[in-house]
Unconditional design. Sequence first.
Length: 335
Amino acid sequence: LSKDMIIFDLRNDSIIFQEDGSKPRPEIVHDILIILARELDGPELVESISKNFWQHVKETGDLGEQMRRFFSFLLTEGNADPNSRFVQVLKCVQQEMIFPAVKFMRARIYDEFPYKDIKGSWKIVIEISFDRVEVRHLKWEQAHDLAPENNFKFYWELKTRIANNFDCRLHITDYSISDKMAKEKRLRLRQLWEPLFHSTLDYYRLWHRPLIHLNVHRDFARLGRSVIIYNGKGKVLFEANLKSDLNIQACQLLRTLTKILQPELNDMVEVQTSKYLKTGGDIGEQLKQFFEQVPPDSKLAAVLKCISTDIIYPSLVKMRQSIFEELPYKDLQGT
């Protein structure tokens, strides 16, 4: 599993391990153990691993058996505390950890909608924070029958949180269903998945669309009149002026967001806003032309996607389903 592992240090917002295919498997395992010992334990364990790893693990032979002997050594003679974060995290990096999740999904979904794993899609992400460590197993599954009328796939995540307590949760975090599948089957499949949907799934699926495929261009100028931007200390960096011209204010907001989120795009945004955003005319069409110039994977695009009526649609539907029939309501304009 080491070849598909990423380790994040959220304390410094950095990737501290990601395998690039350049090293043999034993060296990859060695590097991971050193990093985890350094970040989760201390210098004594790092030294113990450094001195003893290659005495137990060789470039050839049964790596699994060699690792079993090495872990036994660490726990008996090598300064590894069985209750340490280091050991607790290692326990999560194994196939047995996901078995209850796999069994549960299979019992719930498989009989009606048979599926199989997508080879090479299994990833393990370890995230180290100040007060906890999270180990996430992520994997794609796809329909056995890939014919358009039966095709689907879904992405699941098993997240284990190790802190003062232990917490493990299974969610479906993304999915795709063929447009050719019959409506009744699509609804039934989604019904089987729904208890496992992550609370953010519907929002993520909207947000994940390209910026130019959302209605941000239509909504941005109007919603921009309600925008306030604060820094981490609560200082106001931008506040809309209701008396300002829509085009001018949209231009100011775009330039402010760029300056805060991605200063390297300042020159591009300055040029393109001057080119496309003019006083008068169709502000929606002008913004659409401008958004086509924004790099799709930029931080600016990521935030712009949230300034749209699209992003709140799942909330509106959920509230209406839960409340409206018994307590009819309407929006309070201007709020």
